[in-house]
Design a protein around this ligand. Structure first.
Ligand code: ADP
Ligand code: MG
Length: 226
């Protein structure tokens, strides 16, 4: 199993009365799967995605990425694991505004391999942007790009270190329907043609239904999974 989460509980306590968001969630994923994650607003979808990707810790329970228990790693090893095995795509893209498109895409590889590898890294980043239909936007800064274009750059960045899994948190949530559809089409293509495993959080049922497997969270638990 490439990704496995066992009996995940999450209680937020920073805000006064403890808020139990996840109450015993099990989730696992095989290579090449395309899974949708749905649930009402506030159900804990983002929380679960962050825990699955090692961005946040569960209050109780374990997460394994490629057999490594995430919580047992120190900060440096956990960052390295995340950087190489997981790609994140967010609703608001989270591109660095002062860097252009290709620089944003190269960043995860600079973090992993250092600047000395720049020619190879640059070649790969350009090729990913080409794959995303963004070959004519390499030098554009995020604010010079449309939302859909920024999301394409963000997907290229997520793929830079060839992660086994990309975790997408409402990737079309801020896009018009046409740009949203083209982003979903890209993710499906990556999944079908390259076997890229994808988890996509969405509240759009038409998108969720395109997944091989639909997982629904409600009241802190997974209520269906097929
Ligand atoms: P979803 O993505 O399904 O809309 P989230 O995972 O973002 O839900 O949030 C689940 C619940 O946890 C919400 O009620 C939210 O307000 C709360 N929450 C999220 N993050 C925090 C935090 N850092 N501290 C306290 N409460 C939080
Ligand atoms: Mg969310």
């Amino acid at each position: 199993m490439m990704l496995r989460a066992e009996n995940i509980h999450k209680v937020y306590i920073e805000t006064g009365a403890p808020l139990a968001v996840l109450k015993g969630v099990d989730f696992s994923m095989q290579p090449g799967e395309f899974v949708s994650l749905t649930g009402p607003s506030g159900a804990g979808k983002s929380t679960l995605l962050h825990i699955l990707g090692g961005l946040d810790f569960p209050t109780q329970g374990k997460v394994f990425i490629d057999g490594e228990e995430v919580q047992r790693l120190n900060d440096r090893k956990r960052s390295a694991l995340r950087n190489t095995k997981i790609g994140f795509v967010f609703q608001f893209y989270h591109l660095l505004p002062e860097f252009n498109a290709i620089e944003n895409v190269m960043l995860p590889a600079f973090i992993r391999d250092g600047m000395s590898q720049r020619p190879m890294i640059e070649q790969k980043a350009a090729s990913l942007l080409r794959q995303m239909g963004m070959q004519h936007r390499l030098s554009h800064k995020p604010k010079q790009l449309s939302g859909g274009e920024q999301q394409r750059v963000a997907i290229a960045r997520a793929l830079m270190n060839s992660p086994k899994i990309i975790l997408c948190d409402e990737p079309t949530g801020n896009l018009d329907s046409q740009s949203g559809e083209s982003i979903i089409a890209l993710l499906r293509k990556l999944n079908q043609e390259q076997g890229q495993a994808v988890v996509i959080v969405t509240h759009d049922l038409a998108i969720a239904q395109q997944a091989q497997r639909c997982v629904h969270i409600q009241d802190g638990k997974i209520t269906n999974s097929n």
